[in-house]
Design a protein around this ligand. Structure first.
Ligand code: NAD
Ligand code: GLY
Length: 363
């Protein structure tokens, strides 16, 4: 097992990465015998893993209730959040309870927001089961639910007490979801780490095949990068490093909202959004043709889209993008790549450039 420590101003927490992690009591850290917990998951994961996990927790003396939610991005909503609060209250969970988020980014974001707001905040543990959540969503304390008018629009920053990444869970993840996770990994390479990008060019097929050493290296590297970013800028302050993690997301969130949550996977929308950001950077004279082709080729090899949905008009993006959380005084701000391993936030991107960048992807 490997351990990465996240060190923030007001709290520190470990990220454990390994295989067969839940055979050991320590993996449920900081839970100890006698503690109460509410495990939140969805129906798909419950069928696969719930019994084993609940048995382990019980065996280690933890008093655990569980709640099984419907599976899907469309259920990352205020309506479902209310069901979470009802379950916690009806089982008399107090401020000393711990919420265990067992699932992908949907369960992690929703359960994290429940933990942030239930009785003004309770402890929570992230147990991410998708590649996307293991490399990104489970670390950093961003929690949220969607609104029909915008993705992740209602939420809070609330850091987990620990993140437990059991790589074995990826063996049951469908290939399309593996690709979705690869979009966020490629994103890290483009923004921060040209060496990681090069490594991905050499290793993408091994990752798709879930080769264990390749996966471990990649998850560890992404968690290290994310831990470093949030240590420098926990709450995404204006001009801070964390903003850069939104590369491709302003376009991507527009796609997810416009198409109806769950129709385009988050990573698929981000992949198309990365290509749009690359073309916007090209239009501003900031990114080379060679690097553009390298990004396009890597996304394609990861089985990811490099253009938006055919049915979504380019002007429809702007309607959603203007509600983006990076907008200040009505001014759109976009994260754009400058070179592989380096990205910046642009405060003044004209609407024409946005539209052209979407059109460039369609050619
Ligand atoms: P997801 O949570 O919907 O999981 C994808 C699918 O895989 C679901 O059907 C799920 O039931 C299934 N699944 C999960 N683990 C499985 C396993 N081990 N075996 C078999 N099936 C499994 O999607 P996701 O890609 O994990 O997360 C996307 C969400 O994460 C989006 O809502 C996005 O906004 C959010 N996100 C949050 C952050 C953050 O910092 N908080 C960062 C990135 C993304
Ligand atoms: N996934 C973006 C962030 O955590 O800031």
């Amino acid at each position: 097992m490997e351990k990465i420590q996240v060190t923030l101003r007001e709290c520190n927490y470990p990220i454990f990465i390994g295989t067969d992690l839940f055979s050991k009591h320590t993996s449920f850290w900081p839970l100890t015998s006698g503690d109460s917990a509410m495990l939140i998951t969805n129906n798909r994961l419950a069928d696969l893993y719930l019994d084993v996990l609940v048995n382990k927790l019980t065996q280690f003396g933890i008093k655990v209730d569980h709640l099984v939610l419907p599976d899907g991005e469309q259920y990352k909503s205020l309506v479902i959040l209310e069901q979470v609060f009802s379950a916690l209250l009806s089982k008399n969970h107090g401020r000393d309870t711990t919420i265990i988020a067992f699932g992908g980014g949907v369960i992690g974001d929703l359960s994290g927001f429940a933990a942030a707001s239930y009785q003004r905040g309770v402890r929570f543990i992230q147990v991410p089961t998708t590649l996307l959540a293991q490399v990104d969503a489970s670390v950093g304390g961003k929690t949220a639910v969607n609104h029909l008018l915008g993705k992740n629009m209602i939420g809070a920053f609330h850091q987990p007490a620990s993140v437990v990444i059991n790589v074995d869970y990826l063996n049951t993840l469908p290939p399309r979801e593996i690709s979705s996770g690869l979009a966020e990994i490629i994103k890290y390479g483009i923004i921060f780490d040209a060496t990681l990008f090069k490594w991905l060019e050499n290793s993408i097929e091994s990752l798709l095949a879930l080769e264990p050493h390749t996966l471990m290296y990649c998850i560890r590297r992404c968690c290290e990068l994310k831990a470093k970013v949030i240590a420098a800028d926990e709450r995404e302050k204006k001009g801070g490093q964390r903003t850069l993690l939104n590369l491709g997301h302003t376009y991507g969130h527009a796609i997810e909202t416009h198409m109806g949550y769950g129709n385009w996977l988050h990573g698929e929308a981000v992949a198309a959004g990365i290509m749009m950001a690359v073309y916007a950077a090209r239009r501003l004279g900031q990114f080379s043709h060679i690097d553009t082709e390298r990004v396009k080729s890597l996304l394609l090899r990861a089985h990811l889209p490099i253009k938006g949905p055919e049915t979504m008009p380019s002007t429809a993006y702007l309607t959603h993008m203007i509600r983006d959380k990076k907008v200040i005084s009505g001014q759109l701000r976009l994260v754009l790549p400058v070179s592989l391993g380096h990205a910046v936030t642009y405060a003044e991107v004209e609407n024409d450039i946005v539209i052209q960048s979407i059109e460039d992807c369609r050619i």
